[in-house]
Design a binder for this molecule. Structure first.
Ligand code: UQ1
Length: 457
């Protein structure tokens, strides 16, 4: 879950970049040069490692690299235009009224160790053939090793009518997937006193594939407690449908079966292979596969998960695979063509669910392999098994802690104490709501948290 705001905050960051360059860290010579010439041409700045992205993957990897003790001041650079870093896994909790969106954010600069050089700038182009990148400002950075972790783009405009509906405070259309819309979600849940609620999930890759239904389960519980929802009852004031572009509740058979049982038991209508394409007033329009006709359903509340995909500067670069993701080896995280390029997190081609939990296992493998290559040892380790996790809120006070690796094979941390993690538990709820947000800012972004392996470094 790297910085999804890499593009959206470009204007703000351009200003920040200007302040940064001219007031703070630019060498005096640069300032003098700028003052006597209309077209300042800055020389390329050299770094041992350039990390593109200051999100979960970028920060975790940068600090794990720094903690190897092999780097001096400014050897490692981070490029990210975002002013703020967000703990995005917490946004489902905001949607459920359990947290405030502002408590989950930090100024990005406050999370970057002073020994690292932060460029608050966008990435314009990758030139892996000459080991350099060009920033939005035109500055050129050269590197020995490059880590590409800018996250993916969440695109409200991928659904016709969604940007307008989401921005309209009167409408009951919202999404936990952007900072701008996340605090509207609980307002719409509280406002609804009856009628049809629809929660969508698109076909295609998204961040944390369980989140679209987590917010639904919390809303259901809210309406149940308010006396507005009775499962499978004709007299229930609120009716709930889960409309997903996918053919099942979840991608991993074990958890999908448990979630499908919950769906049926709780009387939630399942609209499978229904891919939202348009919000037209109070009608949701769904595309169907195999040339089937579109389906139109009216709603009184609509929670939308927009489509997501790689940033253009990644997709259109020599680093991308056909789908637009950074083309790395599934197990070593090393680029398939450029041996000094690495990727982790949402922007990578790693065929696993895109979560912060995945990054806890990706980062140590990437760092170990990058260090080996940088020190001239070509023997990289096939160390990443696809570990990822999805703490699925199933009601207030309970979480089903899905943990799995490549192939949808469960890899459950608490198996050792005999727990089957398809069973929702209160202990997992406290991990999700209290422990993970705490350990994330306290340790993970600083490079000292190894996820299921506990504290590292
Ligand atoms: C984790 O480390 C982590 O990051 C702090 C999460 O939050 C985003 C998680 O959801 C999970 C599951 C982990 C993995 C850690 C344990 C102890 C299972």
């Amino acid at each position: 879950m790297a910085s999804s705001r890499l593009l959206t905050t470009q204007a703000v960051s351009a200003a920040a970049a200007a302040r940064h360059s001219f007031n703070k860290q630019a060498p005096a010579a640069y300032r003098t040069f700028a003052s006597v010439s209309d077209v300042p041409v800055s020389p390329a700045r050299n770094h041992k490692v350039v990390v593109v992205g200051g999100g979960s993957a970028g920060l975790t990897i940068s600090h794990q690299l720094l903690r190897t003790g092999k780097f001096s001041q400014d050897d490692i650079a981070i490029v990210d235009p975002a002013e703020f870093h967000h703990y995005q896994p917490g946004w489902t909790l905001v949607g459920g009224g359990l947290k405030n969106k502002d408590e989950l954010k930090r100024p990005l600069s406050s999370l970057v160790d002073p020994k690292l050089k932060l460029y608050p700038d966008s990435l314009a182009t990758f030139s892996p053939q000459d080991n350099s990148v060009t920033l939005g400002s035109g500055a050129k950075l050269t590197y020995e090793q490059l880590v590409v972790a800018p996250g993916i783009k969440v695109d409200l405009s991928s659904i016709k009518g969604l940007p307008e509906a989401a921005a309209n405070p009167e409408s009951n259309v919202s999404s936990i997937y952007t900072f701008e819309t996340v605090d509207k979600v609980f307002k719409t849940i509280q406002r609804l006193r009856g009628g049809q609620a629809i929660f969508t999930q698109p076909a295609g890759v998204i961040k944390c594939a369980g989140a679209p239904q987590k917010v639904m389960w919390l809303a259901l519980d809210h309406w149940k407690r308010a006396g507005l929802y009775q499962a499978k009852s004709e007299s229930s004031a609120v009716k709930i449908a889960f409309a997903t572009g996918l053919p099942a509740m979840f991608g991993v058979p074990k958890y999908s079966a448990a979630l499908e049982a919950l769906r049926q038991e709780r009387g939630v209508e399942g609209l499978f292979t229904h891919d939202l394409v348009e919000v037209d007033g109070n009608t949701a329009v769904f595309a169907r596969p195999d040339g089937k006709e579109q389906v139109r359903r009216t709603f009184d509340l609509l929670h939308v998960v927009p489509k997501m995909g790689p940033h253009a500067f990644v997709k259109n670069s020599p680093l991308a695979n056909e789908a637009g993701y950074v083309d790395v080896d599934d197990a070593t995280l090393r680029h398939k063509k450029y041996g000094n390029v690495w990727s982790a997190g949402d922007a990578s081609s790693l065929p696993t669910s895109k979560t912060a939990a995945a990054i806890t296992s990706e980062a140590p493998v990437l760092v170990k392999n990058l260090m080996r290559v940088m020190e001239g040892n070509e023997k990289v380790e096939a160390g990443y098994d696809g570990y990822t996790s999805c703490p699925l809120l199933t009601e207030y006070g309970k979480v089903m802690l899905a943990e799995f690796k490549y192939g949808g094979v469960p890899k459950e941390t608490f198996n050792v104490i005999g727990w089957d993690q398809a069973t929702p538990r209160r202990a997992f709820y406290h991990l999700k709501k209290d422990f993970f947000p705490w350990v994330y800012y306290k340790s993970m972004v600083k490079g000292t948290w190894g996820g299921p392996n506990g504290w590292i470094n």
